[in-house]
Design a binder for this molecule. Structure first.
Ligand code: CO
Length: 229
């Protein structure tokens, strides 16, 4: 059975690693039967058609849920699919994907029921992840009126998941990597999607960005004057 240990072992299974290695041999043999050329092609080079920035959650595996194969997606995952401008890991992945691999589609994919987003909604106390999801609290503040008007907590969490993806798409569109690509005339699209754990379906939030837009600056009158306060 592909991508699934069957029967599913308990987490405490001391032989889990052996099962995984066995299953890998089965997978490799099956792939060689079904796509004899795949490994030899992929060993030469990669030319993925999209960069996926998603949550580390085990239930949101990008290849499986998009019906794609090894070599199709360049992937970066972290808790709550965050785009943090000081994250050298994410920035290096982005620069390589857009600059070297020539990717035209970047997808930020969140998911409903995200534990990282839930952690940001509650009181701090989860450990280091509190620091990582700190930005989601800012997303909440930005959209407080809308979010506070939603009484049902699950629905509020779901909306925060969507808004968080939209904000990460926005932040991604502010990176120097994308600005440089767009200013060079490259057609790169940044999409925001949310995955449903209950139905396995992706939802396009309709927040796609295709060009660099100047951010709101200070009013003209103060632009050249001294900074007060
Ligand atoms: Co998550």
């Amino acid at each position: 059975m592909p991508y699934r240990l069957n029967p599913r072992p308990p987490q405490s299974d001391v032989d889990l690693h052996l099962r995984l290695l066995n299953q890998n041999r089965e997978w490799s043999a099956r792939m060689l039967r079904e796509r004899p050329e795949l490994f030899s092609e992929l060993a030469k080079h990669q030319s993925p058609f999209a960069l996926w920035i998603g949550c580390s959650d085990s239930r949101v595996p990008p290849n499986e849920l998009t019906g794609t194969m090894p070599g199709d997606l360049f992937v970066h995952r972290n808790v709550a699919n965050m785009v943090v401008h000081t994250d050298m890991n994410m920035l290096s992945v982005l620069e390589f994907a857009v600059g070297a691999l020539g990717i035209h589609h970047v997808i930020v994919c969140g998911h409903y029921g995200c534990g990282g987003v839930k952690a940001a909604l509650g009181d701090p106390g989860y450990g280091l992840v509190d620091n990582w999801v700190r930005r989601i609290r800012d997303v909440y503040r930005l959209h407080r009126d809308e979010l506070d008007s939603i009484d049902e907590i699950e629905a509020r969490l779901a909306r925060l998941v969507e808004l968080n993806v939209a904000e990460q798409v926005y932040d991604l569109s502010r990176t120097s990597v994308l600005r440089t690509a767009w200013e060079a005339g490259r057609h790169v699209q940044v999409h925001g999607w949310v995955y449903g754990l209950r139905d396995g379906l992706l939802k396009d939030l309709g927040v796609t960005r295709t060009r660099y837009e100047a951010e709101v600056g200070p009013p003209p009158a103060t632009r050249s004057g001294p900074v007060s306060g």
